[in-house]
Design a binder for this molecule. Structure first.
Ligand SMILES: C[S@@+](CC[C@H](N)C(=O)[O-])C[C@H]1O[C@@H](n2cnc3c(N)ncnc32)[C@H](O)[C@@H]1O
Length: 315
């Protein structure tokens, strides 16, 4: 990771109450202004861009990194294409250490991470001469050889969300909740020897034992305190991104973890779901996205293009 000198304008920026304009530089050294309510999208590798953000400037981080070996986001610097899931976990710990610096003392991290299966040549398209489609490249690679770590065997569920969670916990984060996102519409899987996966984890991490959490931000329909399982469908129009999460997911995390005028961060911004939810809720937002096409979507409009379907293989 390269660290840069933070300009004075950035160090002095105040992200609360929506009054200040926050100046940040992106990977290409461009200056950007985060106007109140409008997402600020920085194009670049979050490993490089996060160190340019001011310390304790953001109230809440809502994000979903690429899952290991699953999709190809068409960039050599992408997270998720590490040779081993061990390196993936290590990379995420490094990135979220920087997120912790950027978060206010009473800030929260809402982290959605997905799992995957260890496979030995499951697809028949392994080896250097395999002809594979662009979006299936990483799935194929993942399915070629069981990773040599954690005692994994062929067809083992890797338990990646919890491995990441334990890694972050050991790195200093406080793990406060595990929320299960139950998908109304599950991704089709061609499996006949186990149930289809239709859930994902969202972890709530904090920097300190005293943190901002608004229990009235989202309630159960009965008025009771919100439970830790969320039944959410995909956004009605789909998305112009293969792995966008539902706007409602981001909306809930933002309502629970910030006040109007606060700054919200997504270091894996995708097509900008977190930013659009933040704007609707009168929060500032800073998104970092490696792929310029997705970054532009985050600047332009809510994610409502045609969804690129990527079918996962049965493992
Ligand atoms: C799971 S998607 C996030 C989708 C997002 N939550 C949304 O709703 O649109 C992960 C994103 O991280 C981006 N990405 C991968 N590696 C990155 C990196 N090192 N820095 C910044 N973004 C990265 C990918 O291009 C992809 O768009």
């Amino acid at each position: 990771m390269t660290s840069r000198t933070i300009p004075k304008s950035v160090r002095d920026a105040n992200g609360r109450n929506g009054k200040a304009l926050v100046l940040f530089g992106d990977d290409n050294g461009h200056k950007n202004q985060a106007a109140f309510g409008k997402p600020q999208v920085l194009t670049g590798d979050c490993l490089r861009v996060l160190p340019t953000l001011p310390t304790e400037s953001v109230q809440c981080c809502v994000t979903s990194p690429p899952y290991w070996g699953l999709r190809d986001y068409d960039h050599p610097g992408q997270i998720g294409m590490e040779a081993s899931p061990e390196f993936y976990v290590a990379n995420l710990i490094t990135i979220f250490r920087e997120v912790r610096r950027v978060l206010r003392k009473d800030g929260t991290l809402w982290l959605n991470v997905g799992d995957g299966y260890a496979r030995n040549g499951g697809t028949g398209n392994c080896g250097p001469n395999a002809i594979v489609g662009n979006t299936k490249k990483l799935i194929q690679r993942r399915n070629c050889k069981v990773p040599d770590c954690w005692g994994l065997k062929d067809r083992d569920l890797m338990g990646l969300p919890w491995r990441v969670a334990f890694g972050l916990q050991a790195d200093g984060w406080i793990l406060r909740s595990r929320i299960t996102w139950i998908k109304k519409t599950a991704m089709p899987e061609s499996v006949k020897n186990r149930p289809t996966s239709a859930t994902e984890e969202i972890f709530l991490f904090t920097k300190s034992i005293n943190y901002y959490y608004d229990p009235l931000g989202v309630r159960e329909p009965t008025g009771a305190n919100l439970r830790n399982y969320w039944l959410l469908g995909p956004d009605p129009n789909g998305a112009g991104h293969p792995a966008a999460f539902p706007r409602e997911l981001a909306r809930r995390c933002i309502l629970l973890g910030s006040r109007e005028g606060d700054a919200v961060l997504d270091p894996f911004g995708g097509c900008g779901t977190t930013g659009f939810a933040a704007s609707e809720l009168n929060r500032q937002s800073i998104l970092i996205e490696l792929n310029p096409t997705y970054a532009q979507m985050g600047r332009d409009q809510p994610c409502n293009g045609k969804k690129t379907r990527v079918k996962t293989t049965g493992s």
